[in-house]
Write a protein that binds this ligand. Structure first.
Ligand SMILES: *[C@@H]1O[C@H](CO)[C@@H](O)[C@H](O)[C@H]1NC(C)=O
Ligand SMILES: *[C@@H]1O[C@H](CO)[C@@H](O)[C@H](O)[C@H]1NC(C)=O
Ligand SMILES: *[C@@H]1O[C@H](CO)[C@@H](O)[C@H](O)[C@H]1NC(C)=O
Ligand SMILES: *[C@@H]1O[C@H](CO)[C@@H](O)[C@H](O)[C@H]1NC(C)=O
Ligand SMILES: *[C@@H]1O[C@H](CO)[C@@H](O)[C@H](O)[C@H]1NC(C)=O
Ligand SMILES: *[C@@H]1O[C@H](CO)[C@@H](O)[C@H](O)[C@H]1NC(C)=O
Length: 323
């Protein structure tokens, strides 16, 4: 019976330890490094192919949504837009999803038609663009230019596009609010793994004179121990590390509390079973005592020594004596 509680305890401990390695594994995947840059470049290449496939007899200046992405990339949104280089330079493109491209953008090397591939990385933002010590307040959006002369081409290099008149604007939708006291920043990721921060204007707009990937972030300040909870809570971050940590803490706390409750329940069960066993034993002993009494009486009957003290059985004794 003493085995059961220790088995339960081991179960609880196993639950606790099981949740620990996953915490470590997750935090290493969000660490920065050249591998994430390579992965981001591989993603660009892949998304370019899917974007070009959506361009079947495309109309110049029409936005084509990519509807067939592999299920492994669920959550990412891609679109393609083919333009004449001359038209882009003279007129820009006022509303390509969140991007506002003013006139004056010039691609090099020069191509007659170019394709602008739009990416919204959604919940994959931190996976492909990990930014230590920052929390994303908006998904990472990408705008990349390619040669649009051959729509079957794959592994195309990006064209270099540069603003000559003014920067393009990225007007993010649904920007999460920054925690109190924290300042939201625009972040830009260049194609070679470079990045840069700039000020957010109008609460949701970033500007850039180059292509690349963009988002709005807030520095993740290591708050002193007393009040980390409200700080994390008020930083609404679907992709943030804060929420992940919170979730893991809750999983650990949950399994410990659940395990303890189970332990208490099982202890009660063990206690009840012990009580029941004891009761049974008592009943058994009582019955045994009764049988013993009878035996005793039998021997008394044999030796004919009327030493019985139990009055209840006396009538029988007398009856035995009678003949
Ligand atoms: C493309 O997707 C956007 C939403 O992401 C939608 O508003 C738009 O209507 C779609 N365009 C086409 C042509 O389906
Ligand atoms: C993003 O969300 C989709 C479902 O909407 C899910 O299949 C995918 O695994 C998520 N990606 C990440 C990196 O969590
Ligand atoms: C992130 O913050 C931690 C602690 O505040 C610091 O040790 C680390 O160097 C920072 N990482 C980067 C890349 O700035
Ligand atoms: C377009 O690219 C595909 C794939 O690289 C190639 O097979 C094809 O010959 C190219 N077409 C033209 C007209 O260059
Ligand atoms: C980052 O931006 C600043 C101005 O905001 C600029 O001076 C600097 O050259 C930029 N750095 C890179 C690597 O683009
Ligand atoms: C960004 O904003 C800060 C304060 O809000 C200001 O001091 C700084 O000059 C701004 N930087 C630029 C490049 O506008």
């Amino acid at each position: 019976m003493e085995l059961l509680p220790s088995v339960v305890m081991m179960f609880v401990l196993a639950l606790c330890f099981e949740s620990l390695p996953s915490v470590r594994a997750q935090s290493t995947t969000t660490s920065p490094g050249p591998s994430s840059t390579r992965e981001a470049e591989a993603l660009d290449t892949l998304l370019q192919q899917y974007a070009y496939r959506a361009l079947v007899n495309p109309k110049t200046g029409t936005i084509y949504n990519v509807t067939h992405l592999p299920s492994t990339l669920t959550g990412i949104e891609v679109a393609a837009l083919r333009l004449r280089s001359g038209s882009l330079r003279r007129r820009g493109f006022s509303a390509y999803k969140e991007f506002e491209i003013p006139m004056g953008f010039i691609g090099s090397p020069y191509v007659e038609r170019l394709v602008l591939v739009y990416q919204n990385l959604g919940n994959w933002s931190t996976r492909y663009y990990p930014l230590p010590n920052y929390t994303y307040l908006a998904p990472v959006l990408g705008l990349l230019a390619y040669d649009g002369s051959n729509l079957s081409a794959t592994n195309l290099p990006e064209l270099d596009i540069q603003a000559s008149d003014g920067p393009m604007l990225v007007k993010f939708r649904d920007v999460k609010s920054a925690p109190q006291g924290a300042v939201a920043k625009c972040v830009w990721f260049g194609l070679q793994g470079s990045s840069n921060f700039s000020n957010v204007t109008g609460g949701n707009t970033c500007s850039s004179s180059q292509q690349g990937h963009f988002s709005i972030v807030v520095h993740y300040t290591a708050t002193p121990a007393p009040s980390p909870q409200p700080e994390k809570g008020s930083a609404p971050s679907a992709q943030g590390e804060g929420e992940n940590d919170n979730k893991k803490t809750w999983i650990i706390v949950g399994s410990v509390v659940g395990g303890l409750a189970l332990l208490v329940l099982l202890s009660l069960l063990v206690l009840c079973m012990n009580k029941y066993k004891q009761k049974k034993k008592m009943q058994h002993m009582e019955r045994a005592a009764e049988v013993g009494e009878a035996l005793q009486m039998a021997s008394i009957g044999d030796t004919k020594a009327p030493a019985a003290t139990v009055t209840r059985t006396q009538p029988t004794l007398e009856h035995e004596y009678a003949p």
